[in-house]
Design a protein around this ligand. Structure first.
Ligand SMILES: NC(=O)c1ccc[n+]([C@@H]2O[C@H](COP(=O)([O-])OP(=O)(O)OC[C@H]3O[C@@H](n4cnc5c(N)ncnc54)[C@H](OP(=O)(O)O)[C@@H]3O)[C@@H](O)[C@H]2O)c1
Length: 268
């Protein structure tokens, strides 16, 4: 529990899930026990995610739903209207967590954050957060704008260092939600992780996820369309890594960034 907000250690990412298979994946994950679903306006799948949530039969307050307002929106007013559309597509009257997706240059970031704060007061979302905010922009959002942010959703995995950002987040009672925790699936074959997994009867993907989940204030949202992967990722919670495993992971390169679009900020 961080800042009064509970986020499960493992959630389901839905980027690149579309159509009936997206609905089925959301329904399957909830059936297996996932209680955090991550989507965003940019993914173009909110209606399918909403259909999966509805088909699960779960009551609304039994899972966490994260959405994201798109950084391409032009003004805070347009962003507010888009959030209301998002709720309609997801078939709900509120998000649990609403993030600003990217701190795009030229975007009125304080204005959008203030819009999110008003949306929170109006009950459209329980909490607000940001995504892809490097430390200097997160500091501005928290200390200058005064936004009650509960998390920064950023790329984080065994091949990317996020120590400085994580230190700031922990000091302020916020979470780091690790996106791309499997480096888009590439870590499932990583030889060092395969070797560590073999010592424990686990897969490389499970090692990658548990290394993150073991860290204070860190949650993960791997995308897993296949029920077998969903099950495997859930079972990673039970894996016990030891000091030798952590030392082998610490020795891996930590500068491999997967998500770095042209509008990305300067990372610090
Ligand atoms: N805020 C942002 O800007 C941002 C950016 C990127 C991502 N995200 C969020 O983070 C989520 C995760 O990132 P991502 O989807 O880009 O990449 P990812 O989770 O690192 O990797 C997803 C890939 O890994 C595969 N996979 C999952 N579990 C596996 C397992 N146990 N064994 C082998 N392969 C496995 C999936 O295959 P199958 O689907 O076939 O199972 C899929 O191809 C996204 O879906 C999205 O919700 C947010």
């Amino acid at each position: 529990m961080v800042a009064g907000f509970e986020l499960p250690k493992l959630g389901l990412g839905t980027y690149q899930m579309t159509g009936a298979s997206c609905q089925a994946a959301v329904e399957s994950a909830l059936g297996l026990g996932y209680r955090h679903i991550d989507t965003g306006q940019m993914y173009g799948n909110e209606a399918e995610v909403g259909a999966g949530l509805a088909a699960s039969g779960l009551v609304r307050d039994s899972y966490i739903l994260t959405g994201k307002v798109c950084h391409a929106l032009t003004t805070p007013e347009v962003a507010r209207a888009s959030l209301e559309e998002t709720l309609r597509r997801l078939r709900t009257d509120h998000l649990d967590l609403c993030l600003l997706h990217w701190p795009r240059a030229g975007l009125n970031i304080p204005g959008v954050l203030e819009m999110l704060m008003r949306a929170r007061q109006d009950g459209l979302t329980r909490e607000i957060g940001v995504a892809n905010f490097p430390r200097h922009l997160l500091r501005q959002a928290v200390e200058d704008v005064g936004a009650p942010i509960v998390c920064d959703q950023v790329e984080y995995h065994v091949l990317l260092d996020q120590t400085a950002l994580l230190t700031y987040l922990r000091a302020h009672g916020m979470m780091l939600v690790a996106h791309v925790p499997l480096a888009r699936g590439a870590l499932a074959d990583h030889p060092v992780l395969v070797r560590i997994g073999a010592r424990h009867g686990a897969t490389a993907a499970q090692v990658a996820l548990k290394w993150l989940m073991d860290q204070e204030n860190v949650a993960v949202i791997p995308k897993a369309g296949r029920p077998a992967s969903q099950r495997e990722n859930l079972a990673a919670v039970n894996l016990v890594l030891d000091d030798a495993d952590r030392a082998a992971i610490a020795a891996l390169p930590k500068d491999r960034r997967t998500v770095n679009p042209p509008f990305a900020p300067a990372w610090d």
